[in-house]
Design a protein around this ligand. Structure first.
Ligand SMILES: [Zn+2]
Ligand SMILES: [Zn+2]
Ligand SMILES: [Zn+2]
Ligand SMILES: [Zn+2]
Length: 244
């Protein structure tokens, strides 16, 4: 997907057909985003006077913009063009520090830290908090709760969260089905999986939280952003005890 947006300023007639029919005429700003979203702004307020969000198809020509999505259609006829240009756009995120690779400003958005000036991109683990403190490599560090609180570099190649979690929790708990040790493994996400695999297929995704006292079933309980629960989310041991 190209990350170029079109910006057109001009005297236009806008015709929307779909859930409602509407025609507008005036001096407007038309924005066509890389995801094909079309926004038509007039002189007033923050809201577009006409729009179509992520339509199936948008075509842009010097005197016409047309977007279609199912039975909806937005057509903007440009009678007189004041400006028509294309500009690069990116995700806009919260600034979190400087990019050691190029000196650009790292930003956080949609579960990752990325640099708009180079290709650097670091996926954030669930629940990660980016800290003000920097690693020796120049990247910010993050705090991630996986049983306990770990502080590691954003770059997994630099400081591996998985290794730290393994050091702390590999073989710490036993499989409730067969009694073998639970290993810290990466299967897509981080999991605690039975060592006897494939004879025993018991496995639990590693919760994004702090391990508290053990559950009555023998597994640890985790304090997470969504509440406290047993490593085995199906486990009902604790609830029968605490229900009053
Ligand atoms: Zn960069
Ligand atoms: Zn580092
Ligand atoms: Zn097992
Ligand atoms: Zn339990």
């Amino acid at each position: 997907m190209s990350n170029t947006a079109h910006l057109i300023a001009g005297r236009c007639t806008t015709v929307f057909e779909g859930t409602r029919e509407q025609t507008q005429h005036g001096d407007v700003l038309v924005l066509v985003k890389p995801d094909q979203t079309v926004l038509v702004h007039d002189a007033d307020g923050y809201q577009p006077v006409a729009w179509l969000t992520r339509p199936e198809m948008t075509t842009v020509t010097p005197d016409r913009i047309e977007a279609r999505d199912g039975s909806q259609k937005l057509e903007v006829v440009v009678h007189e063009t004041y400006a028509h240009a294309q500009y690069p756009t990116s995700d806009a995120g919260i600034p979190v520090g400087d990019c050691p690779a190029c000196g650009g400003r790292l930003t956080r958005s949609s579960g990752a830290i990325s640099c708009p000036d180079c290709e650097s991109r670091y996926r954030l683990p669930t629940g990660a908090t980016v800290l003000d403190e920097n690693c020796d490599c120049g990247l910010p560090r993050m705090r991630v709760e996986r049983g306990v609180s770990f502080v590691v570099c954003l770059d997994r190649e630099c400081e591996s969260l998985d290794e730290r979690v393994k050091q702390a929790f590999d073989r710490k708990w036993d499989c409730p089905e067969c009694g073998s040790a639970l290993r810290v493994l990466r299967r897509g996400g981080l999991i605690l999986g039975c060592e006897a695999y494939p004879d025993c297929e018991t496995g639990f995704s590693f919760p994004a939280g702090i391990a508290n006292e053990d559950c009555d079933c023998g597994l640890p309980r985790f304090e997470t952003a969504t509440g406290e629960h047993c490593l085995d989310r199906e486990c009902r041991e604790h609830e029968t005890v605490s229900a009053q």
